[in-house]
Design a protein around this ligand. Structure first.
Ligand code: HEC
Length: 124
């Protein structure tokens, strides 16, 4: 009897869990997931822009904490060489629209004030 109960219990574990669809997630959860993915995908960008996108100098603009839609718009321009920077244009041509949206969400999520206090690269 005990064995039967155990067997049926382990059978239960084999049942597929209901698939978690995007519709089941709140906007906040979706945004957090996008930011998380964007942080990974932004690795090659951070070489130049710094981890929080606030490294500046020469012609390098600060991108951390800027508006999401503005960042996404500029990335699109670089990607189609409407605005040209050799390294960025080449790199962005390996990104699809979802990748660009993720990195834009990541850099937009940077708390500029907090990052500025601890970032030696940012002019105070
Ligand atoms: C080789 C160094 C380098 C890499 C790698 C790089 N960038 Fe840039 N980025 C620059 C420079 C330099 C500029 C300024 C170019 C200009 O003004 O035309 C710039 C400009 C930008 C701008 C425009 C900001 C503004 O003020 O209009 C955005 C947004 C941006 N980069 C995001 C990214 C993202 C996202 C990545 C990764 C996918 C990335 N960059 C990778 C050097 C780099």
């Amino acid at each position: 009897m005990k064995a039967l109960a155990l067997a049926s219990l382990s059978l239960l574990c084999l049942l597929p869990l209901p698939a978690q669809t995007d519709e089941a997630l709140t906007d906040e959860a979706l945004e957090a997931r996008q930011i998380h993915a964007g942080r990974e995908k932004a690795q090659p960008c951070t070489t130049c822009h710094g981890l929080d996108g606030l490294r500046q100098g020469g012609e390098m603009p600060a991108i951390g904490g800027r508006r999401y839609d503005e960042l996404l718009y500029q990335l699109g321009r670089f990607r189609r060489a409407d605005r040209f920077h050799p390294a960025m244009t080449l790199l962005l041509q390996t990104f699809d629209v979802a990748d660009m949206a993720d990195v834009a969400a990541y850099f937009a999520s940077v708390d500029r004030d907090r990052a500025t206090r601890s970032n030696p690269y940012v002019a105070r």
